[in-house]
Ligand binder design. Sequence first.
Ligand code: FA5
Length: 344
Amino acid sequence: MKDRLQELQSEALEKVKQSEDLKALQDVRVAYLGKKGPITEVLRGMGKLSKEERPVIGQLANDVRESIANAIQTKQDKLEEKAMEKQLEEESIDVTLPGRPVHVGGPHLLTSIIEEIEDLFIGMGFEIKEGPEVETDYYNFEALNLPKGHPARDMQDSFYITEELLLRTHTSPVQARTMKQKDGHEAVRMICPGKVYRRDTDDATHSHQFTQVEGLVVDENIKMSDLKGVLNAFAKQMFGSERDIRLRPSFFPFTEPSVEMDISCKMCGGEGCSVCKGTGWIEILGAGMVHPNVLEMAGYDPEIYSGFAFGMGPERIAMLKYGVDDIRHFYTNDIRFLKQYHKA
Ligand code: FA5
């Protein structure tokens, strides 16, 4: 029995020596020190021994167990240390490598231009209003002097949701909503930026979804010259003091008289070039004096109150100001395009 124990000891110690990883070491532990291992088996046979031999063999069995357990523990410590060293080596950081650049975002060009427009009008005492993008037929058309079946509705092909609900085709419904809120008595001086939708075919200057900024002033004694003064101040601040504006007669059912405002072409200084199609002028917005019917429908007495309104497309303004040649750039969001307009 003594020999058997010593044999098991040297066998186990050899296997510990040969173990190259923690898994192999664990196998040795289970094989020699486990409940079903050979040492336990030897101990089970101790009953057959004489009284004198029993404590000697018992002591030897314990010593053998302990020496195997110690050898396993020492080897385990070594293997763990080795594994840690390997991991540290693999994960070591080369502090001389250049750092990865952090990309800092910036506002979208369209957001910047709308904020610029807002700042200009806030500076002239206007407040900012908002209205719903899903609009009623009443506010989008009827309250703006465009009853059902009016031929001018064709000017704005619409996305209808139901007979009475549609995606607003312009920001002008916010005019009617704001005047209604003011109850026909208070003066109004507001602009309203927001998204609008039309069944237009997308091309370099048209999008089926785009933005507009509406403006409205209502008070006693508001005249066409006030409209011209405000638009002139806006155009010069937005595009530069050397630019001229001109108003051309136009038609909108909600304004009378109606105009379109052109700005002198930046490319040719008014001489005529391919950008302004040889005219020297580029159209930027529609405007006019609020139609008496619109004032009346909103509760204002047109004998006392008058007003002007305008509506512009910020994409077109940004295109002109920054020389963007295709409106689709605003919506395809190519980061190389957008990055050019991030302010440092
Ligand atoms: C209107 O939408 C009127 N509500 C503007 C207005 C307001 C007139 C108040 C009078 C008083 P118009 O359809 O012209 O008008 O559009 C105004 C501006 O929106 C245009 O000058 C243009 O800059 C822009 N716009 C129109 N259609 C598109 C489109 N499909 N894609 C991009 N911009 C467009």
